[in-house]
Design a protein around this ligand. Structure first.
Ligand code: 6PG
Length: 251
């Protein structure tokens, strides 16, 4: 593994998504145990396909046994505006790969209600965060994120309104290119976290990833993942060699 520190972020370059997932699982377990020791572990899961392997690893006996599930509260960074049993649902992915296989109390699983009217669902989820994490800027123990080829993260897509939302902790974000709304934590919430871990795999992400770390890139809405920088927290990028091919020879 090649570990770099770029603009304050810890970047670990691993061989492939399998190694990223194994590393992420161990980081999750360590953060979970430390947070639970101080009271509670509040975790936000990412959607997309990359984290599936991580979720399946955390559901294995060996790893699950080391997670303090009783002290764990599960949230999502974002959700598609679909019912929970829809193939597109981030909840469904996490439920199938992890939550249905581990002893996390059902009342500790805080689903974004993608089936509801987006504005109401976003407001309701902001209330869920306030009730279970805290008022003001909700400081989750750990937020897992992915990144799209266009540099989006959670459901903060380039040049979308939610990127500019500094008032709400959760937004109903209309994404023109998807012709649909998405529910998403805003940068206010992402950047309040104690730790954010990005999992990025594959050559298709290499262009966006190289731009994320460019110090001279303007902090505009063109590359949302670049705007995730926890104010009082740790930022870790777990990337594979294919995704990092344009980065490693620059730093
Ligand atoms: C979502 C995710 C999204 C995802 C990226 C990367 O709801 O789709 O939250 O931000 O992390 O699109 O997705 P992959 O892991 O499938 O490449």
């Amino acid at each position: 593994m090649n570990s770099l520190r770029i603009n304050g972020a810890r970047v670990e370059v691993w061989r492939d998504v399998g190694e990223i997932s194994e590393r992420a699982a161990e980081l999750v377990i360590g953060i979970a145990r430390e947070a639970a020791g101080r009271g509670e572990f509040t975790l936000a899961l990412s959607g997309g396909s990359t984290p599936r392997a991580l979720y399946e690893l955390l559901a294995t006996e060996e790893k699950s046994a080391r997670v303090p599930w009783e002290q764990t509260q599960v949230f999502w960074s974002d959700e598609r505006c679909v019912p929970p049993d829809d193939a597109e649902s981030n909840y469904r992915l996490a439920h199938e790969a992890l939550l249905s296989r581990v002893p996390v109390p059902a009342e500790h699983v805080h689903r974004m209600r993608g089936e509801d009217e987006p504005g109401a669902a976003a407001a309701a989820y902001a209330g869920e965060l306030e009730k279970n994490v805290g008022a003001g800027d909700p400081r989750l123990s750990l937020i897992l994120l992915g990144m799209g080829e266009d540099g989006h993260t959670a459901s903060l897509f380039p040049q979308t309104d939610a990127l500019k939302d500094t008032v709400h902790t959760v937004a109903a974000n209309y994404v023109e290119k998807l012709k649909s709304h998405r529910l998403t934590m805003t940068l206010r919430t992402l950047n309040a976290a104690a730790t954010v871990i990005f999992l990025v795999s594959g050559a298709a992400k290499s262009e966006a990833l190289s731009k994320v770390f460019e110090s001279d890139a303007v902090a505009d809405g063109s590359l949302p993942a670049r705007l995730v920088r926890p104010a009082q927290g740790e930022l870790i990028w777990l990337v594979d060699e294919d995704a990092a091919r344009l980065v490693t020879n620059k730093y």
